[in-house]
Design a protein around this ligand. Sequence first.
Ligand SMILES: Nc1ncnc2c1ncn2[C@@H]1O[C@H](COP(=O)(O)OP(=O)(O)OP(=O)(O)O)[C@@H](O)[C@H]1O
Ligand SMILES: [Mg+2]
Length: 235
Amino acid sequence: MLTLERVEVAYGSVRAVHGASISVPEGEMVALIGPNGAGKSSLLNAVVGLHAPSGGAIRWRGTDVTGWSPQRMLRAGVALVPEHRRILTGLTTEENLLVAGILTGGRTRRRLAAELMERFEVLGRKRSTPAGLLSGGEAQQLAIARALMSRPDVLLMDEPALGLAPVLRNQVFDLLGELAAAGTTLLVVEQDAHRLLAMADTAHIMRSGDIVASGTGGELSAREDLFEAFLGNGT
Ligand SMILES: Nc1ncnc2c1ncn2[C@@H]1O[C@H](COP(=O)(O)OP(=O)(O)OP(=O)(O)O)[C@@H](O)[C@H]1O
Ligand SMILES: [Mg+2]
C-alpha cells in the first residue's frame, strides 16, 4: 500500500539516498537496517515530507504523494515517530498528545488521548508531568503514542529504542510486537538488527545510500555474510 520507487534524497551536493525501492504491504512489518549514515532517516523523512525527495516517487494507496507536506501525509494516514523522539519538553504528557491530535476534532481528540493514556499506563500516571522530565523510556512511549494520535494507517519508526537501557529497549520491542499483532502497518528502522529481523515480514539492508539486500526477515537474519560485510559485528 506504501511504495517507494527509486527514491533519491540529496542535501545540496550530498547524495544521501541513491534510489531506494521498498514496498510496505498492508498489515506487515518491514524492517530497514544499516550502519550509521546509510540514509535510513533521510529516506523515512522523505516519505513523510520532511525533506522533499530529489528523485523517484512515493505512492500511497495508488496515489502519487511525492512532495506532499508532512501535514498532508499525516492526514492521509502516514505518521512518523522521528529519530530522537522530538517531543515538546515544555508541555505536559497530555498536552503533547492533544497537540499531536490537532488534525482531529476536539472531542475525538480528548477521547483518543484518554485511550492512549490508558493503553500506555505510565503516560496516564504522568499526564500532568512536563515531558522534559520523563525518563528515556517514558519519552519514547510518548513519542509513539503521539504518532498514534492521528490514527495512522501506516507508522514509520526511526530507531524507537535508540539510547534506551536494555529493560526499556525490551518494552519498545514488546510494543512493536503488539502493534504488529494488532495489524498495524509498520516500516521500522532499528540498530538491533537481529531482533528486528526476527519480527519483520520483509527487510532491507541499506548502506551508503543504496539498498544492498532485501528478503524476508528470516532470510536476512541467516545471512551472516551480510552482517559481517555491512553491519559489523554485534548487530
Ligand atoms: N540535513 C543534512 N544535511 C546534510 N547532510 C545530511 C543531512 N542529514 C543527513 N545527512 C547526510 O546524509 C547521509 C545519510 O544520513 P542519515 O541520517 O539519513 O543516515 P542514517 O542511516 O539514518 O544514520 P544513523 O544510523 O546514524 O541514524 C549521511 O552522510 C549524513 O551525513
Ligand atoms: Mg538515522
